[in-house]
Design a protein around this ligand. Structure first.
Ligand code: FE2
Length: 238
């Protein structure tokens, strides 16, 4: 029997493998909607064993998180030139710092607990620049703030595109929170690197524009890696 995770992964692989790695051709709206529909139906039990140690061992650590434990667990599921499928488990209060998804499509589905996502879109139109004195000090990126949204396992997946919502910070609001990501095309250190950002607080920001600067990976963020234990599948046969 085809597992639900396999169904979603196959649908995404079919759509994105036809487009080539540079995505010069955009995926169809119908194709993206179908992946979002299937992904929104994915549940914790589709990918984690009952009482999975990966999820439930964290409860024992709360509220006093062991300072030596990584705040985030990364679980790779699939990664090739077409797409990345992976999961993250965040301990309470931990976060994936603000980062981008350059020229990528992304689907994020909460599987356990709840998360707050603060999102921004790239400014596609020429945007008002910072005054020269500030611009000289910072190599800044103007972005459009989309606000904060708290989502839980009962909510539909979040979809981001190269034009919308592809810079975000993700914070765990609950007991361990877990989510699963489909990213296409995948990150690539040469062409599509993952960059971290911080907001430049200044009086020129408003509800339409925020200025970000690139930062190194913040010291409060690091991951340990665990093995995926859900249903097996192979997308190369799709
Ligand atoms: Fe992300």
């Amino acid at each position: 029997m085809t597992s639900h995770i396999q169904k979603v992964a196959q649908a995404a692989y079919k759509l994105f493998s036809r487009l080539g790695s540079d995505l010069k051709v955009s995926p169809s709206h119908e194709g993206l909607s179908e992946i979002a529909r299937l992904f929104s139906q994915l549940r914790e039990t589709d990918v984690f064993e009952p009482n999975s140690k990966l999820l439930y061992r964290d409860k024992k650590l709360l509220p006093d998180m062991d300072e030596h434990e990584a705040p985030v667990t990364y679980i790779p599921i699939w990664d090739d030139k077409v797409l990345t499928l992976c999961m993250f488990i965040l301990k309470k209060g931990s976060r994936l710092p603000m980062h981008d998804h350059p020229d990528m499509y992304g689907f994020l589905k909460v599987l356990h607990g709840s998360l707050t996502i603060t999102s921004y879109s790239p400014c596609l139109d020429p945007s008002p620049p910072l005054p020269t004195s500030l611009a000289a000090r910072f190599k800044y990126l103007p972005v459009k703030p989309l606000g904060k949204k708290t989502i839980s396992a009962s909510d539909d997946c979040v979809v981001l595109t190269p034009e919308s919502g592809n810079i975000h910070e993700i914070t765990a609001e609950s007991e361990p929170a877990a989510f699963i990501d489909i990213l296409a095309p995948p990150y690539d250190s040469e062409g599509r690197p993952c960059t971290y950002y911080s907001v430049i607080p200044n009086r020129y920001s408003d509800s339409n524009i925020t200025y970000l600067i690139k930062i190194p990976s913040p010291p409060d963020y690091w991951c340990n890696e665990e093995q995926y234990t859900g249903p097996d599948f192979n997308l190369h046969d799709v």
